[in-house]
Design a protein around this ligand. Structure first.
Ligand SMILES: Nc1ncnc2c1ncn2[C@@H]1O[C@H](COP(=O)(O)OP(=O)(O)OP(=O)(O)O)[C@@H](O)[C@H]1O
Ligand SMILES: NC(=O)c1ccc[n+]([C@@H]2O[C@H](COP(=O)(O)O)[C@@H](O)[C@H]2O)c1
Length: 289
């Protein structure tokens, strides 16, 4: 792993923010393994079982195919300023992710750092985790007391990785550093196959970082998406068993996704939405500084 500097020298924290690490393992059980933390960035509007499933698939993959040991996993909901259609307020998205993580395994957490501030690019989000886990917490310890640096890795679906080949979305350098070099060269990622986006199609142009890209095949096809869940809810259809019960209850209790006016941006599909959101994000960042 490269030790290039972070893209930013200081991180802006939301008010009253503390980094959640209650479920982060403090011990590396096998000293011969490389400790890793998985970070899934996304809208999570709302979080579905498929988002949680990504972590389980990654866990199996890591155990069977790598020399890594997972010491924790995080959902990192994107800022409201991402302005993606269907994006509910950060407060609700963070609450739903928290319920889902509590409901799930014992190693998943939700980091609200990104959600409650201006838009932060994924490369900066990974830097934030690296800073909190390695610099602030000092990494992880082996049973013999030796401190080890934790490797942060992006966990994403193949559709997201597919956008990395699109011009404009991830290509703009940040503080002179190429975003993809930072994400894939310094950190690396685990990619979960997603129905509709082939793995080859998603990774063809990323070959130079091949050794840092781990491909995880879907053995059970399931194309649940947040978009479909929102559509069902608007039509008054049940979404139970597509999301954790606690999240379904939260949506019902708060009357969420009944109509499009509850979202941050209520317009619908735009074929060039990735580039447009990147531009919007760039603009909102400039406004914030
Ligand atoms: N069914 C799925 N299979 C594999 N990966 C998925 C699946 N659903 C979501 N992901 C991944 O989860 C991450 C977060 O996704 P996001 O919150 O944007 O969900 P989404 O379902 O794509 O949302 P939307 O439908 O609102 O566009 C992304 O990396 C995405 O690729
Ligand atoms: N350049 C970037 O850092 C960049 C570009 C596009 C999407 N993303 C991230 O990908 C995640 C999911 O985005 P979509 O829901 O638009 O697929 C979000 O967390 C977003 O911040 C990051």
């Amino acid at each position: 792993m490269s030790t290039s500097p972070h893209l930013t020298e200081s991180f802006t924290n939301p008010e009253n923010y503390t980094f959640p690490h209650n479920r982060l393992s403090t011990i590396l059980h096998n000293p011969n393994k490389t400790p890793i933390v998985l970070v899934a960035c996304g809208s999570f509007s709302p979080v579905t079982y498929l988002h949680l499933r990504m972590f389980e698939m990654a866990k199996d993959y890591v155990r069977q195919n790598t020399d890594f040991e997972i010491i924790g996993g995080y959902l990192s909901p994107v800022s409201d300023m991402y302005k993606k259609p269907g994006l509910l307020s950060a407060r609700h998205r963070v609450n739903m992710c928290t319920l889902a993580a509590e409901d799930s395994d014992t190693w998943l957490m939700v980091d609200p750092w990104e959600a409650f501030q201006s838009y932060q690019r994924t490369a900066i989000v990974l830097d934030h985790f690296d800073h909190e886990i390695n610099t602030v917490l000092g990494g992880v310890q082996t049973a013999s007391g030796e401190k080890r640096k934790v490797r942060i890795m992006l966990l994403a679906g193949s559709d997201l990785i597919g956008t990395m080949s699109e011009p404009g979305v991830w290509t703009q350098p940040v503080n002179g550093i190429v975003q993809l070099e930072h994400i894939l060269g310094r950190y690396g990622c685990l990619i979960v196959e997603r129905a509709g986006t082939g793995m080859d199609q998603a990774t063809d142009s990323l070959a130079r970082w091949r050794s840092n890209i781990h491909l995880i095949s879907q053995l059970i096809q399931n194309d649940v998406s947040s978009t479909k869940v929102r559509l069902f809810l608007r039509r008054g259809l049940s979404v139970r068993y597509l999301l954790p019960n606690s999240v379904v209850d939260y949506i019902e209790q708060n009357g969420l996704y009944q109509d499009e006016t509850t979202s941050i941006l209520s317009t619908n599909s735009n074929p060039d939405k990735g580039k447009e959101r990147e531009a919007a994000a760039g603009a909102s960042k400039k406004e914030a500084h």
